[in-house]
Design a protein around this ligand. Structure first.
Ligand code: AHM
Ligand code: MG
Length: 338
């Protein structure tokens, strides 16, 4: 482009995945292929969301999902796109989706070694208003010799091989992390049709005075949770109280928290004693991202979120996640230590 400085040193997600694969001598390339299928589903979901109002895709599809929420057309489309991407990759043995009551087994994918959990469109109550939504995913490896059973996915987040999310905002932002690795953020360049590495090695600030929670639920909160959030609104000597930021789209609230720091919470409460957010495809993948970025994630019992083992695929949990020091402070306050 004339007069414009063009950056030719671009790391695309494709290149990044290839370079990661080379680092692992034992790698067969299967995981990379699975990631390419994921990448394609994110691109197509991003594309349909962008066109949604244009082609009148918004509105109800006339069916409801397993947890009783109203399902929008885009939920259905995104779910179908995701399932088809996983099936056609040939690398996914089974899939848990928020929109599907049961596990989907891809028995034709004979040599598939991965189990995937996903929420194809999280935060869908925001869709019609054009507010950011996202796709959350977690990838487990099948047990040695397994052809794919529910035990291959009913595992704690600490065993996840990789996890992340894509936020469909002003641009699509993909955040991915592998076990024991760092967190990397990519931005979809619509012109190139490629995710570009824009946020290498993301680290959350250790603290920040921002809290993100649906305060409308405070009537149902346990007293210690109420006290904690109330304490954030008191200004320390010479300081300022915390700011509140709540989008109501976990991916968007999580993405902001990753960049700016602070704490995001959806506590279990008297109305929803098990919490609202689902362990396999909401809490655990996010907890992995937050821990690998230097933060923390706990459930409502102040246990490490990544160690929670779900009994059923759609099990829920309370969650508190964010900057290391903020979660530390919360833990101390809730357990009465400080
Ligand atoms: P969904 O998967 O049905 O979209 O629900 C999950 C969403 C999260 O994105 C968000 O954090 C939360 O629900 C918001 O819930 P609420 O409207 O109760 O504050
Ligand atoms: Mg959802």
């Amino acid at each position: 482009v004339e007069g414009e400085k063009v950056n030719t040193h671009i790391v695309t997600l494709t290149r990044f995945l290839t370079e990661e694969q080379v680092k692992h001598k034992e790698a067969t390339g299967d995981f990379t292929l699975l990631c390419h299928a994921l990448q394609f589903s994110f691109k197509s979901i991003a594309y349909y969301i962008r066109r949604a109002t244009l082609v009148n895709l918004t509105g109800l599809a006339g069916s409801s999902n397993t947890t009783g929420d109203e399902q929008k057309k885009l939920d259905v489309i995104s779910n179908d796109l995701f399932i088809e991407a996983m099936r056609s990759s040939g690398r996914c043995a089974l899939l848990v989706s928020e929109e599907e009551e049961d596990i989907i087994f891809f028995r034709d994918s004979e040599n598939a070694r991965y189990a995937v959990a996903c929420d194809p469109i999280d935060g869908s109550s925001n869709l019609d208003a054009g507010v950011s939504v996202g796709t959350i995913f977690g990838i487990h490896k099948l047990a040695e010799g397994s052809k794919g059973t529910k035990e291959d996915i009913l595992k704690p987040g600490s065993e996840l091989l990789a996890a992340g999310f894509t936020m469909y905002g002003a641009s699509a932002q993909l955040v991915i992390t592998m076990r024991g690795g760092s967190v990397n953020g990519f931005t979809l360049d619509n012109g190139l049709g490629e995710f570009i590495l824009t946020h290498p090695d993301m680290r959350l600030p250790a603290k920040r005075s921002i809290y993100s929670v649906n305060e409308g639920n405070s009537l149902y909160w346990e007293d210690n949770v109420k006290n904690y959030f109330n304490s954030l609104k008191e200004a320390p000597e010479g300081g300022k109280p915390y700011s509140a930021r709540y989008i109501g789209s976990m991916v968007a609230d999580a993405y902001r928290t990753l960049l700016y720091g602070g704490i995001f919470a959806y506590p279990a409460d008297k109305k929803s004693p098990k919490g609202k957010l689902r362990i396999l495809y909401e809490c655990a993948p996010m907890a992995m991202v937050f821990e690998n970025a230097g933060g923390q994630a706990l459930n409502s019992k102040m246990e490490r979120m990544l160690e929670v083992v779900p009994e059923h695929i759609h099990d829920k949990s309370g969650i508190f996640m964010g900057s290391y020091d903020e979660v530390e402070k919360l833990g101390n306050q809730i357990t009465g230590g400080a």
